[in-house]
Design a protein around this ligand. Structure first.
Ligand code: PLP
Length: 430
């Protein structure tokens, strides 16, 4: 199989299937001609591959799905309208019908809100842990209704890294699935399925698209989890959407699709019913963005490392959070899982008051004040007021988001210019 940088450009797309267009075309078509009655019947029955209606599948989006599945080492992917659609579809698909999900507080703000406050309204409950790498604490939360463990591979803004392998071993001993949000490192820096994760979710809005120009998400599934192990009634119950009432044939997802039951269910139940599709144009932008993923991320890691080192020596900076620095408690984990770095996010604490934070934000000229990450532009934000504003205090403190924290997402500008901008913004704020 080709190497990563080759797959980033070629996987999932064959020009011969698309009138020899060198670049994946944007299929701006809501629906597709079924041809003749026999083909229509075979397509609707799922007996042949093809496209019918763009809420369920579209050729441009399909190319992105195939490329992401290849880059993550999964058996299939479904692209959706946003990262939050990917997170909620995956959590609901696994937890549906009274399931519980173990998760750390150290999650993207909207994911904390979904698990702690919103999904319980749908009968899906979270058991939060303070440290997801503490196996004793995680094991103490496992009960008869536990369906999954959900965590971010590199958390934002703390850049704490997840020790996936022992966590996956523990989960699998109990027949529980491991779902990870791999948005921050992207598959260039980490391929969680190779370390035991069962499902990977992404906000493709971030590093995957890489230019801050398209909202999108994706769910990718590995191929080894047994969804018929008795913990997941939704996968073994017979279901109308994949059955043929006229022929008297009834199927469950596990029986019909085996190890692909999860990713099929995301498409056939969640995407088809809740309808958060990714537009073909956004899929096109993500496909173009992916072509340069390795080059972009490696330069951003190099700049982020230089900037993190510089900040450790900068007056008024009292702490730098970047697990890619060689001297952190997580050094061994970083060496094991992240030989090419942990990514372009870092955060730091400054002394003084909230007023100093405001002056640093307003004083930065090259860094854009933007609540996003993974852009070609460098971005700065104060998480306590913007990205984690709605997160309850306990969860915010657990995630290290205090009032004097500043988060950076390092882009592709010259690192010397970025350092000079931070220096003048910090010095001018006191
Ligand atoms: C941004 C982000 C999300 C949500 O993605 P959207 O595309 O904004 O919906 C989820 N998880 C992480 C880690 C993120 O950074």
């Amino acid at each position: 199989m080709s190497k990563f940088a080759t797959q980033a450009i070629h996987a999932g797309y064959d020009p011969e299937d698309h009138d020899h267009a060198a670049v994946p075309p944007v299929y701006a078509s809501a629906a597709f001609d079924l041809g003749d009655a026999a083909r229509g019947d075979a397509l609707a029955a799922g007996d042949i591959d093809g496209f019918e209606y763009s809420r369920v599948a579209n050729p441009t989006v399909d190319a992105l799905e195939r490329r992401l599945a290849a880059l993550e080492g999964g058996i299939g992917a479904v692209a959706v309208g946003s990262g939050m659609a990917a997170v909620t579809y995956a959590l609901m698909c696994v937890g549906e019908g009274g399931g519980r999900i173990i998760a750390p507080y150290d999650l993207y703000g909207a994911s904390v809100d979904a698990l702690g406050d919103f999904l319980p309204q749908f009968g899906i409950h979270a058991d939060f842990v303070n440290d997801i790498n503490d196996l004793d604490e995680v094991a103490s939360k496992i009960g008869p209704d536990t369906r999954a463990i959900f965590a971010e591979t590199v958390s934002n803004p703390s850049t704490e890294v997840l020790d996936i392998e022992p966590l996956a071993d523990l989960a699998h001993e109990h027949g529980i699935a491991v779902i990870v949000d791999n948005t921050v490192p992207t598959p260039y820096l980490l391929r969680p399925i190779e370390h035991g994760a069962d499902v990977v979710v992404h906000s493709t809005t971030k590093g995957i698209t890489g230019h801050g120009n398209a909202i999108g998400g994706a769910v990718i599934s590995g191929g080894s989890f047994d969804w018929a192990n008795g913990r997941f009634p939704q996968f073994t119950a017979r279901q109308q959407v994949i059955s043929d009432d006229r022929a008297g044939e009834w199927h469950s997802f596990a029986e019909k699709f085996g190890k692909a039951a999860f990713i099929k269910r995301i498409r056939i139940k969640y995407l088809r019913t809740f309808g958060a599709v990714q537009s073909p144009f956004n899929a096109y932008l993500s496909l173009v963005g992916l072509e340069t993923l390795p080059q972009r991320v490696s330069q951003q890691v190099a700049s982020a490392t230089r900037i993190a080192e510089h900040l450790t020596r900068t007056p008024h900076v009292v702490k730098v959070n970047y697990s890619g620095l060689g001297n952190t408690p997580q050094f061994e984990l970083v060496r094991k899982y992240f030989p090419n770095g942990v990514g372009q996010i870092l955060s730091f604490l400054v002394d003084g008051s909230a007023d100093n934070v405001r002056r640093i934000i307003d004083g930065a000229k090259l860094f854009s004040y933007v609540p996003n990450i993974g852009d070609a532009r460098s971005l700065i934000v104060d998480p306590a007021h913007i990205t984690h504003r709605e997160v309850p205090m306990e969860a915010r403190i657990a995630a290290g988001v205090t009032d004097n924290l500043i988060r950076l997402s390092i882009g592709l500008e010259d690192a010397d210019d970025l350092i000079a901008d931070l220096d003048q913004a910090i010095a001018g704020a006191y």
